[in-house]
Write a protein that binds this ligand. Structure first.
Ligand SMILES: Nc1nc2c(c(=O)[nH]1)N[C@H]1C(S)=C(S)[C@@H](COP(=O)(O)OP(=O)(O)OC[C@H]3O[C@@H](n4cnc5c(N)ncnc54)[C@H](O)[C@@H]3O)O[C@H]1N2
Ligand code: MOO
Length: 422
């Protein structure tokens, strides 16, 4: 059974948030890479640097519908002494006829995207051309290299186009598709199971509450945010808050071999706070329990005997949300081989006073001011049971430990609720 005398991390020795992040990074050994179809790769992390297997464009081609020829042929053209070029054929996109060599004083019709014939060095758009039947007339010279898209002008063959650790998103698809990269090696999103604990919880939102009951405020939130936080929720359960029920739920979750198991509730100090004793009984290694943060102070992180990781998220809905964003997300990001999250900052719109003995995360809104500056508006209400200010917010504003007040205009580090958003 759990022995409080060996509880390294509770009591006065609560862990600093920065130390917790270090623990999370140390534990998060990258998941194995697998090859997937490009269509399946969005939201997964690239396992290796990707090099371009070909150049883009892979052949010189026209950027306009018009005529292709060699500019040298018309260099002496004047009003008085025009130069005429016969139009001998056409280069059409998808057609390889255009790759033929132009011979002598010739031009060809050319369509946007069609190969520039060998010997041609420029394209005259059709609306700028003086032409009749099959003859182009020039009353002035025409520059080389007009409206030509050159080999490699987009991407040079062999160049690294995306780095390992890139989270693949829809903006990468045109590039990867154009390069014919139909399969890519990725580190797949970790799988997770979610256990809500509490005999007061009701999952069915259409059910009438009995006295003392409350609706589960974070079950649906977990399902909705899993993807943006980088994991796949494969199993959810809601159980009573007894050690037996929790242990049974944990066993069931483990059978699905998720990489991560998350639970809500039962990690604080009361008699129903059974999560840690149950974990300790099953031989888990508690990596940290309780941090010098607000909210979500009782957050717990452990390694289970089978190799899964466990997060005990405090039950207050806002504490659950903060623990997900400030602990689970950095862990998942590291597991997936991504680089640490870039720091986002914004200027506070008003003074804030906080308890300097902990890292404080305030619910707030990040947005661009009328003058184009990123500003952070802390919500007036900050309690961890208050879902209404959370609904009004889109980011956590982080005030580091040691800081007791910040003034309007000071920069504050922000964690957008959706880390993929700007
Ligand atoms: N004596 C102490 N009491 C508490 C401490 C403490 O240090 N000493 N810490 C407080 C803090 S901080 C937090 S956060 C909570 C965390 O509690 P638990 O994780 O043990 O969670 P529970 O006690 O099970 O629940 C807390 C609260 O949240 C409600 N809850 C739980 N799950 C849900 C859910 N899915 N949807 C909506 N609401 C939920 C639950 O009904 C309780 O009201 O402990 C403090 N206490
Ligand atoms: O940390 Mo608790 O999350 O303050 O309510």
């Amino acid at each position: 059974m759990f022995d409080p005398a060996h509880d390294c991390c509770s009591g006065p020795g609560l862990r600093h948030y920065v130390d917790c992040l270090e623990d999370l990074h140390r534990e998060a050994t990258h998941l194995e890479a697998t090859e997937v179809e490009l269509s399946e790769a969005i939201g997964q992390t690239l396992a290796d640097d990707l090099k371009a297997p070909l150049s883009l464009p892979s052949f010189n081609n026209s950027a306009m519908d018009g005529f292709a020829f060699n500019s040298d042929l018309v260099k002496d053209a004047t009003i008085d002494s025009p130069v005429r070029l016969p139009v001998v054929g056409a280069s059409i996109a998808g057609d390889n006829a255009g790759l033929a060599q132009l011979k002598g004083r010739q031009a060809v019709k050319i369509m946007t995207g069609a190969p520039l014939p060998l010997g041609a060095d420029t394209v005259l758009p059709v609306e700028a051309a003086s032409w009749e039947t099959d003859v182009l007339t020039f009353h002035a010279p025409y520059q080389a290299d007009q409206h030509v898209r050159h080999i490699g002008q987009d991407v040079a063959q062999g160049k690294t186009i995306l780095k390992a650790g890139t989270l693949l998103a829809s903006q990468h698809l045109p590039l990867l598709s154009a390069l014919g990269l139909g399969k890519v090696r990725v580190i797949q999103r970790p799988t997770a199971a979610w256990i809500s604990t509490g005999q007061e919880l009701v999952d069915d939102l259409s059910q009438t509450l009995k006295p003392g009951q409350i609706y589960n405020a974070t079950g649906l939130y977990a399902a909705a945010t899993a993807r943006e936080l980088g994991f796949d929720l494969q199993h959810t359960a809601t159980v009573r808050d007894t050690p037996q029920d929790f242990a049974a739920a944990l066993d069931t979750a483990i059978e699905g071999k998720p990489r991560i198991i998350l639970s809500t509730g039962g990690v604080s100090a009361g008699q129903y706070d059974f999560v840690k004793p149950v974990l300790t009984d099953m031989g888990a290694t508690i990596i940290f329990h309780k941090a010098r943060i607000k909210p979500a102070k009782p957050v717990l992180f452990a390694r289970l005997p089978g190799g899964s990781f466990f997060f005990g998220l405090p039950g207050n809905p806002i504490s659950t949300a903060l623990a997900l964003r400030a602990f689970v997300y950095p862990f998942v990001r590291h597991l997936s081989g991504q680089t640490p999250e870039p720091m986002r900052v914004a200027r506070l719109t008003r003074d804030v006073q906080v308890d300097a003995s902990k890292t404080v995360f305030l619910m707030g809104r990040m947005r661009l001011s009328d003058s184009g500056l990123m500003i952070a508006i802390p919500n007036k209400r900050q309690q961890s049971f208050q879902t209404a200010p959370f609904a009004e917010s889109n980011a956590w504003l982080m005030v580091p430990e040691g800081v007791s007040e910040l003034s309007a205009g000071d920069q504050v580090h922000c964690l957008p609720f959706d880390p993929g958003s700007n």
